[in-house]
Design a protein around this ligand. Structure first.
Ligand code: MN
Length: 256
């Protein structure tokens, strides 16, 4: 499955390919531009279509998800998520969201998230892209209680909590996928500067992020890598080598 004798120009570990009006064109652009992309989904009902789109792609991999922002109305789909998890080594987007507009579903969010983690732990060799807005300590606590690093590899997408929580997350095996919007304010820059080098990945969260007025695309991850090199004060060449090595380690974890 890991078709990586292929040349890679960028690595986008969290992108919503199916939220574009033309997903197959976005996938074709990833092939053409050589961007290795994890195409996360927000409901398990989207999984069969996404899997079909990416089946023959050398660069784009589908992940199976149930987004915490949708859990309030879609929590019954957890059974479908658990069922499809048997056939997907990539899980995401799942997680917890503690912001005011989703907090009323906090209990059901925890139930869905922990059931997904339990399934990942049971199945093993699962890579999980995790949303943790205003909920990172709880996410890390759930990971620590429910998973072990030999069976589940967590990637905290758009991590925006404190350095203390970041250190804790790293200590239990978490990776961090960094997007360009995280590098647009001092707090984010300070955080990203201090995350361990061997856990860094890049992402776009496209099309939900912006470059100026336009929605971002997976190819924008090339620019993100350049900005991240500046923030980390290393050369782009060296950072690309590091991100690539980290991504290969993540892909090898699935052993498929
Ligand atoms: Mn997302």
């Amino acid at each position: 499955m890991m078709k990586y004798s292929e040349p890679i120009r960028g690595i986008d570990f969290h992108c919503h390919v199916d939220l574009y009006p033309n997903p197959t064109e976005v996938i074709a652009a990833c092939e053409r531009e050589q961007i290795a992309t994890l195409a996360v989904t927000t409901t398990p009902k989207a999984w069969p279509q996404n899997r079909q789109w990416t089946e023959r792609s050398r660069y784009v991999f589908s992940a199976l998800g149930l987004h915490p922002e949708l859990v309030g109305e879609r929590h019954r789909e957890i059974a479908l998520l658990e069922e499809y998890m048997k056939e997907s080594h990539f899980i995401g987007e799942i997680g917890l969201d503690g912001s005011p507009q989703y907090y009323k579903h906090w209990q059901v969010q925890i139930e869905v998230f922990t059931r997904a983690l339990d399934a990942a732990q049971r199945l093993g060799r699962r890579i999980v892209s995790i949303h943790s807005r205003r909920a990172a300590s709880k996410v890390v606590e759930c990971l620590e209680e429910r998973t072990t690093s030999d069976r589940v590899l967590p990637i905290l997408h758009w991590f925006s909590s404190s350095m203390a929580v970041g250190r804790k997350a790293a200590s239990i095996g978490c990776y961090f996928s960094i997007n360009h919007q995280m590098l647009e304010h001092n707090r984010g820059i300070r955080l990203v500067r201090n995350l361990p080098e061997d856990r860094l990945l890049t992402e776009t969260d496209a099309p939900l992020t912006f470059i100026g007025e336009r929605k971002s695309e997976p190819t924008d991850v090339i620019m993100t890598t350049e900005r991240l090199a500046v923030v980390r004060d290393i050369s782009v060449v060296e950072l690309r080598r590091i991100i690539r090595a980290n991504a290969m380690r993540v892909f090898r974890f699935t052993d498929v």
